[in-house]
Design a protein around this ligand. Structure first.
Ligand SMILES: Nc1ncnc2c1ncn2[C@@H]1O[C@H](COP(=O)(O)OP(=O)(O)O)[C@@H](O)[C@H]1O
Ligand SMILES: O=C(O)[C@@H](O)C(=O)COP(=O)(O)O
Length: 440
C-alpha cells in the first residue's frame, strides 16, 4: 500500500479555486511581434500565454498576460479593426485590466493604417479619450527623440525600412506618420518630459488631454526611460507600442524579473530555416549561412508564378539533407530583385504567393521530421505558424533581443516543435548558427 500524501493546508485549497485575474491583455499585429512582446514580458517576470488568433478552448489558468497574435499588419484596415476588436472583447471577457496593442518597432504601416485605425477603434471600444504610441526598443536600437524614430544610428527613413516590400517607411517623424492615419489629434511627450520622470509624464498627459490630443507619441532612448514611463501608464486602459514599453509595465502589478520563467523541454530532431524576409538583416544572415557552407536553396518567385511546383522541389532537395546541420530555404532577396518581382506580379500578389509557398514548405519540413524550425520574417512566420496549425506557444530563452525559442504543439508533428520566429530586422549576422548552437 502506498503512503498517503499529506493534506494541503485549507488556505492552499481555497487559493487553488480562486480565479486569478489576467493583468495585461495584448493584441499583436503579427506573429514575430507577438513572440517579441511575450519574450519581453516573460523576461520581466510575467507568466505569459501566447495564442495564435483568438483561442477557441479555455486557456490554462494563472497567466499574468495573454498575447493574442494576429496577422493584421498589412491586411485592409477595416479587417484589421474587426479582428483587433474581437481579440479585445475576448481579452476583456477574460478579465484583462489593461490592453496593449503591439505593432512593429519600426512602426510598419501605410497612410491607410493599420496602426491609427486599430488604435482608434480600441479607444472607442474602451471608451477612453487618451492613449500613447511608442515603438521604442532600445535593446534593438529603436529609439525616439522629438518624435523621430531612429533605427540604430540612422533615421527610420534612411534605414533599410525604406525598401520594405509591403510597408516602406519613408518618414521618420512619427507624429506626422500617425496623424496621417488617425482622426484624433496626435501629440508628443518629448524626451525632456520623459527624462524628468513619472510625475512629469503624468502632468504632460493631463495637459495633452486638455489640448484635445487623443494619442501621444512618446520619446525614449533607454530602458530606464521605459521603466519611468511604465509607471506613468499604469492607469491607461490602452497602451499602444512596440515590445519595449512592456518592460516597464509588470512593476505596476508588483511583478519582478524572474530568470526561471523561460524554460522549455529540451530540443532534438532535424533543423531548418525558412526565410521570407527581405530586410537588410535577413539578407546578411542568409549570406552568413551560405558562407558557412551549409545547405541552402533559393526559391525564385517568378518560377513559382510560372507554375513550377517549388514546394515539391524544395522538399525533395531538403529530404536527404535533414539532420544535425540546418538546411535553409529562402526567398530572401535584395531590394532590386524584390522590386523586379513586384513589378511583374504585384506587391500583395508576390507577397502572398511566396508566403503560401514557404508555409507549405515549412509544413512539409515538419512532416518530414524537422523539430527545430527557425522562420525569418513577420508575414512569413504568420503563414508558417498557420500552416502548422499551431494554437499556443510557450516562450523559452532569448536568442537575441526580441527573438526567443518557443515550444508548440503542431498537428504536423507527433511531438512538439521548437520554433523561433525572427523579425526581419532582428538578430546579429550569425543569428541562424547562434540559434541552433543554443538549442542543441
Ligand atoms: N524575392 C521576393 N520578392 C518579392 N517579395 C518577396 C520576396 N521574398 C519574400 N517576399 C515577401 O516579402 C514579404 C516580407 O515580409 P515579412 O515576412 O514580414 O518580412 P519582414 O519581417 O522582413 O518584414 C513577405 O510577404 C514575403 O512573401
Ligand atoms: O517590434 C518589432 O520590431 C518586431 O517585434 C516586429 O514586429 C517584427 O515585424 P517583422 O519585421 O515584420 O518581422
Amino acid at each position: 500500500m502506498g503512503i498517503a500524501a499529506p493534506r494541503p493546508p485549507v488556505r492552499l485549497i481555497i487559493a487553488a479555486f480562486m480565479e486569478k485575474t489576467m493583468y495585461l491583455g495584448c493584441i499583436a499585429d503579427d506573429f514575430t511581434g507577438a513572440t517579441d512582446l511575450a519574450n519581453n514580458l516573460v523576461r520581466a517576470g510575467m507568466k505569459v500565454v501566447q495564442t495564435i488568433g483568438i483561442p477557441s478552448s479555455p486557456l490554462p489558468a494563472g497567466a499574468d498576460a495573454v498575447v493574442v497574435a494576429l496577422k493584421s499588419r498589412t491586411i485592409p484596415a477595416q479587417e484589421a479593426v474587426s479582428q483587433s476588436l474581437a481579440a479585445a472583447s475576448w481579452l476583456k471577457a477574460q478579465g484583462a485590466s489593461q490592453l496593449y496593442f503591439k505593432y512593429c518597432s519600426t512602426f510598419d504601416s501605410t497612410d491607410a493604417g493599420n496602426i491609427g485605425p486599430v488604435t482608434e477603434a480600441l479607444m472607442d471600444f474602451l471608451a477612453t479619450d487618451f492613449t500613447i504610441a511608442c515603438p521604442a526598443f532600445p535593446d534593438n536600437g529603436r529609439t525616439l527623440f522629438k518624435g523621430h524614430l531612429f533605427v540604430g544610428d540612422v533615421l527610420l527613413s534612411d534605414s533599410g525600412m525604406k525598401n520594405h516590400p509591403l510597408t516602406p517607411m519613408t518618414d521618420a517623424n512619427l507624429v506626422r506618420v500617425l496623424q496621417r492615419q488617425s482622426a484624433r489629434k496626435v501629440g508628443l511627450i518629448d524626451y525632456a518630459t520623459v527624462a524628468a520622470g513619472t510625475e512629469a509624464i503624468q502632468a504632460r498627459i493631463a495637459q495633452l488631454k486638455q489640448d484635445g490630443v487623443g494619442i501621444a507619441i512618446v520619446d525614449a532612448i533607454s530602458n530606464a526611460d521605459l521603466i519611468k514611463m511604465g509607471r506613468a501608464f499604469a492607469a491607461l486602459p490602452l497602451v499602444t507600442a512596440g515590445s519595449g514599453v512592456a518592460i516597464g509595465l509588470p512593476q505596476n502589478w508588483n511583478i519582478a524579473a524572474n530568470p526561471e520563467s523561460a524554460l522549455l523541454p529540451s530540443a532534438s530532431g532535424a533543423k531548418a530555416v525558412v526565410s521570407g524576409s527581405c530586410s537588410t538583416a535577413s539578407n546578411a544572415q542568409v549570406a552568413d549561412f551560405i558562407a558557412r557552407g551549409w545547405p541552402a536553396m533559393a526559391i525564385d518567385p517568378l518560377q513559382v508564378a510560372g507554375g513550377v511546383d517549388m514546394v515539391a522541389r524544395a522538399l525533395d532537395w531538403a529530404r536527404p539533407r535533414l539532420g544535425a546541420t540546418p538546411v535553409l530555404i529562402y526567398a530572401t532577396a535584395e531590394p532590386s530583385a524584390v522590386k523586379a518581382v513586384q513589378a511583374k506580379l504585384g506587391v500583395q500578389e508576390a507577397g502572398e504567393l511566396i508566403e503560401k509557398t514557404l508555409s507549405a514548405i515549412a509544413l512539409g519540413l515538419v512532416q518530414g521530421g524537422v523539430r527545430q524550425l527557425l522562420v525569418a520574417g513577420g508575414e512569413t512566420s504568420g503563414a508558417c505558424v498557420q500552416a502548422l496549425d499551431i494554437k499556443t506557444m510557450q516562450i523559452g530563452p532569448q536568442i537575441d533581443p526580441g527573438v526567443p525559442w518557443c515550444f508548440a504543439h503542431s498537428l504536423a508533428a507527433d511531438s512538439g516543435v521548437h520554433i523561433a520566429l525572427k523579425s526581419g530586422n532582428f538578430g546579429t549576422v550569425d543569428f541562424f548558427s547562434k540559434a541552433f548552437a543554443q538549442s542543441s
